[in-house]
Design a protein around this ligand. Structure first.
Ligand code: F6P
Length: 536
């Protein structure tokens, strides 16, 4: 494939960029008063406003050309049809099959995987209902009331995010906790106040070899048996979610209590697989299926909508525009919905583990920037901390605002105030406040430069009716597909994560050096000194 920077569209974008850089968002709106309705897509229940971006029709046309030149339409189809696009691991990438409706066909190595997906969903539903109805009894005969998910990365961030996002729909007499960190404080706090007799652990790990999860799993087992004593108790208090039945068995969990998934589901793309077991227990199978339907609706939109009306494609291309041409390095995610407080952290893994690569699929070092740093906090909290830098700092930070027309908890005043703030932020970032406007307010000359807002800070706004399970599914799938779009443009593999390995290997080498204070140290002088300091 032609190197990205040698494509016709890239070169055209390069010569087009200086034209755009000198135009303010104000002038773009003055030149085209209909921008607000022109640069907007309303589909799959999402109002996506991208008018406050530093783009013209020409920019968009060139970005769509770039997408075509990079083969995006064909690559979308390749993903949906099970082509092994994760070439470094020789795997298909089929998280979209996790939400394919019953009766559809998705083939992997000659097998239709949809019936297998639904068989696992049914098994999850049966188990979830037993817990929800108080029918799953612990070893001493008490119903399980506490569910603790043990997992890390994709086996934690999705479940935590979804639980927090959909707490409004959760079974309120069940307690949900999540343990991920190998820091023992995480485990200690997660079980604090819980009765082992009423506690179920879900050990979630695709590989079932991850140090953090296995260590926490063993600690959980000991915590349980310290009270319940008998080994047979484990079967009533532990279930596993994994692709690795052998390791699940070796860990001591009955494989009948295992919920499976497949190597074609990446960790960070797995919250709608059995990894979502805690979510299903919390919100119930019906709501979980609604969430899957939301994912699927967005998948269909991504697969079948022309590029120019395709929400994830436009999002992905806007990211490329800012990262590769404006030199932006980060993407802020700003949900004006407190239940989405873990959404930025979830997207962090999704985007950064996927596109944080500097080598292309054919093994060449890129001559251009790739994945952005994703970060964010819910509004309005962020407005009182880091928004200052977005408004008046020196970095260009594209922002994604997410809001809902209808609140889940209706309290007088709150919703209008919340939405007014979200809409105001996009307006302030884009249009700012000129020196004349500041002076006209009677501000003394010495303070004018401090009170000027330059504007030209781009943002997208995603408006939905209400935070429902289906809408959460749509928002997640939309971001998954935007990340894929960017991976295709940059020519990297968004589905492996080899960059996490080196640190893990070195930690395994250092563990015995911390345990045996006499062990000789052969690292660099800094690492040796740190180990010596720890050894005391
Ligand atoms: O270390 C990175 C990673 O492999 C992630 O990609 C994954 O989501 C996480 O670890 C957890 O892996 P597992 O589910 O196999 O325990």
């Amino acid at each position: 494939m032609t190197d990205l920077t040698n494509t016709t569209a890239w070169k055209a974008l390069k010569s087009h960029f200086p034209e755009i850089r000198k135009q303010s968002i104000r002038s773009l709106f003055n030149n085209d008063p209909n921008r607000g309705s022109k640069y907007r897509v309303q589909d799959v229940g999402i109002y996506f406003d991208y008018s406050k971006h530093r783009i013209t029709e020409e920019t968009l046309g060139l970005l769509f050309n770039l997408a075509r030149e990079r083969g995006l339409p064909e690559k979308i189809e390749a993903m949906f049809t099970g082509v092994k696009i994760n070439t470094t691991e020789n795997r298909a990438v089929l998280h979209t099959a996790l939400r394919a409706p019953q009766g559809s066909v998705v083939m992997v190595d000659g097998v239709n995987v949809v019936p297998e997906v639904h068989a696992v969903l049914n098994k999850m539903a049966g188990f979830a209902m037993q817990i929800r109805k108080g029918e799953w009894l612990g070893y001493t005969g008490k119903p399980v009331r506490n569910v603790v998910n043990i997992g890390i990365g994709g086996s934690d961030l999705g479940p935590v995010m979804a639980y927090e996002a959909l707490k409004f729909y959760a079974h309120r007499s069940l307690t949900f906790r999540f343990v991920s960190n190998i820091d023992g404080n995480d485990f200690a706090e997660a079980v604090n106040g819980l009765d082992p007799e009423e506690t179920l652990f879900i050990v979630s790990s695709k590989t079932f070899t991850t140090l953090e999860t296995m260590t926490n799993g063993r600690t959980a087992r000991k915590w349980l048996l310290d009270k319940l004593v008998h080994e047979e108790a484990v079967a009533r208090h532990f279930v596993a979610v994994s692709t690795n039945a052998k390791e699940v068995g070796a860990f001591g969990i009955d494989t009948r209590n295992m919920f499976g998934f497949w190597d074609w589901v990446g960790g960070r793309y797995s919250m709608d697989s059995a990894i979502g077991l805690s979510t299903m227990i919390a919100i119930g199978p019906e709501n979980f299926h609604e969430m899957l339907a939301g994912f699927h609706a967005m998948d269909e939109h991504f697969r079948s909508t022309p590029l120019a009306r395709n929400i994830p494609v436009i999002m992905g291309l806007l990211g490329v525009w800012y990262i590769n041409f404006f030199g932006a390095q980060t993407q802020a995610v700003l949900p004006y919905e407190n239940y989405l407080k873990r959404f930025p952290a979830y997207l962090q893994q999704l985007a950064m583990e996927s596109n944080g690569k500097h080598v292309t699929l054919d093994g060449k070092t890129t001559e251009y920037a790739t994945g952005a740093v994703y970060w964010g906090e819910p509004g309005t909290n962020g407005q009182h901390s880091f928004y200052q830098l977005i408004h008046q700092g020196t970095l260009l930070i594209p922002c994604d605002f997410i809001g809902f027309k209808n609140p889940l908890n209706v309290l007088p005043l709150h919703q209008d105030y919340l939405m007014a703030n979200m809409i105001a932020q996009g307006e302030a970032l884009a249009f700012g406040k000129t020196p004349e406007e500041v002076r006209n307010e009677g501000v003394p000359d010495s303070l004018v430069p401090h009170k000027v807002f330059e504007g030209d800070r781009p943002s997208s706004t995603f408006f939905l009716e209400k935070l429902t399970p289906a809408n959460l599914g749509k928002l997640v799938a939309m971001n998954e597909q935007a990340v894929y779009t960017q991976g295709v443009i940059w020519g990297v593999n968004p589905f492996d994560q080899m960059g996490v390995e080196l640190g893990k290997v070195l930690a395994m080498k250092i563990i015995p050096e911390l345990e045996n204070k006499q062990a000789p140290l052969q690292h660099d002088s800094s690492t040796n000194a740190l180990i010596s300091f720890y050894r005391g």
